[in-house]
Design a protein around this ligand. Structure first.
Ligand SMILES: NC(=O)c1ccc[n+]([C@@H]2O[C@H](COP(=O)([O-])OP(=O)(O)OC[C@H]3O[C@@H](n4cnc5c(N)ncnc54)[C@H](OP(=O)(O)O)[C@@H]3O)[C@@H](O)[C@H]2O)c1
Length: 307
C-alpha cells in the first residue's frame, strides 16, 4: 500500500534515511522542517516540505511520524538549553496534535518519538533488564521522555493506532554518536568511559528504519523499545569500534573530567540502561544486526561510509 506520510525530523540522521527508503518504496513524503527549501532541494523535489503546519491547508495524511527534537547531546544542559530540548519536542508535538484535530486528520497510524532515557539512567552494571512495561525514571531525560509521550497520547483522537518509539543509541556512519566517537579513535585517542561497565542500548540505523516500516504494517501499539536484542557495556562498544577501525582503545576518559566538561549531561555517558526490545522480539522482527561486532563491521566496511 502506498502511504501519504507526514514526518517531522525528516531531515535528521534517522528521518533522512527513512525518507530515502519511503521514496524508493513509492510513498509520498511531506516534511515539516525549519528549512523547507533545503529539504526539497536535497530530495530533488521528490518531497514536499513546509515550515508551518497551516501551510498544509486541506492535505490529508494516513501516516504521521514525529521525530523532531534538538540534539540532546549537542550542548551543555543549562536551564535555557533544557527548555529548548523540551520545547522542540513537547511544544512541537502539542501543536502537531492540535493541528491534527483542527484539520480533521484520520491517520491509519502515528509513530511518535521518545527514547530509552525514559527508564532513567543506572550507574555501572546496575541496570535491570528493562522492557516496555518497566517503570519510568526520575532524572531530566526521563521526565523529558515521559512528558513527550504524554503529549503524544493526544494523537489518540486522530489515529487508529499510536506507537511510541523508545529509541536507543542509533549507530551508523555519517551522524549520531558514532560519528563523534570516530575521530578520537582514528587518532588513537579512543577508550572506554569511566569504568566502562555502564550499559548502552543501541540499534543499527538500518534495523531502526526496517523496524519503523515493520511497525507501520503491524498491529502493534503503545511504547516499543527500538533497540537491538543485545545491549552492550561501554567498554564492549569501545572494543567493537576499535576492532572495526583497527585502532587501539586504551585511553580511558575519567568520570571526573567528563563531569567537569559536560555537567549534568555527562549522565548520558557515565550511566546507561539495559533495554530489551520485548515487543519487537515477541513479534519476530528480523534484526540484521543483533550484536555490536556485526554492526560495526557492516558500518565501517561499507565503501560509501569510509571517510
Ligand atoms: N540518534 C539517536 O541515537 C537517538 C537516540 C534516541 C532518541 N533519538 C530521538 O530521535 C529523534 C531523531 O533523532 P536524529 O538523530 O535523527 O536527530 P537529528 O539528526 O539531530 O535531527 C533532528 C531533527 O529534528 C528537527 N529539529 C531539531 N531542532 C528542532 C527545533 N528546535 N524545532 C523543530 N524541529 C527541530 C530537525 O529538523 P529541521 O532542521 O529540518 O527543522 C532535524 O530533522 C530525536 O528527537 C532524538 O531525540 C535519537
Amino acid at each position: 500500500m502506498s502511504r501519504n506520510i507526514l514526518i517531522t525530523g525528516g531531515t535528521g540522521f534517522i528521518g533522512s534515511r527513512l525518507t530515502d527508503r519511503w521514496l524508493a518504496q513509492g510513498h509520498s513524503v511531506t516534511i515539516l522542517s525549519r528549512r523547507p527549501l533545503a529539504a526539497v532541494k536535497r530530495w530533488n523535489r521528490r518531497v514536499q516540505s513546509v515550515s508551518a503546519l497551516d501551510e498544509l491547508r486541506d492535505a490529508r495524511f494516513d501516516t504521521l511520524v514525529n521525530l523532531a527534537g534538538e540534539g540532546i547531546a549537542d550542548a551543555r544542559w543549562s536551564e535555557a538549553r533544557k527548555q529548548i530540548l523540551r520545547d522542540s519536542r513537547i511544544r512541537l508535538t502539542e501543536s502537531l496534535v492540535q493541528w491534527s484535530v483542527r484539520s480533521g486528520q484520520k491517520y491509519d497510524v502515528v509513530l511518535s518519538g521518545s527514547a530509552v532515557g525514559y527508564y532513567g539512567a543506572f550507574p555501572g552494571s546496575a541496570s535491570p533488564e528493562l522492557t516496555e512495561s518497566s517503570p519510568a525514571g526520575k532524572d531530566f531525560a526521563a521526565r523529558l521522555c515521559q512528558d513527550w509521550e504524554n503529549v503524544a497520547q493526544g494523537f489518540g483522537m486522530t489515529t487508529q493506532r499510536l506507537v511510541v518509539l523508545r529509541t536507543g543509541l542509533v549507530l551508523d556512519a555519517g551522524g549520531g554518536m558514532l560519528e563523534r566517537m570516530r575521530l578520537p579513535f582514528l587518532l588513537g585517542l579512543g577508550g572506554p568511559i569511566a569504568d566502562g561497565r555502564q550499559v548502552l542500548s543501541w540499534i543499527h540505523r538500518e534495523d531502526y528504519c526496517k523496524a519503523v516500516d515493520f511497525l507501520l504494517e503491524s498491529q502493534l501499539s503503545g511504547p516499543v523499545n527500538m533497540t537491538a536484542p543485545n545491549p552492550v557495556s561501554n567498554a564492549g562498544l569501545t572494543r567493537a569500534l576499535a576492532r572495526a577501525l583497527h585502532r587501539p582503545a586504551f585511553l580511558p576518559a575519567p568520570a571526573f573530567a567528563l563531569k567537569l566538561l559536560l555537567g549534568e549531561m555527562s549522565e548520558l555517558l557515565l550511566k546507561g540502561q539495559k533495554v530489551i526490545p520485548g515487543k519487537l522480539l515477541a513479534a519476530d522482527f528480523p534484526f540484521s544486526y543483533a550484536d555490536t561486532d556485526s554492526a560495526m563491521e557492516a558500518i565501517f566496511s561499507s565503501r560509501d561510509t569510509k571517510g
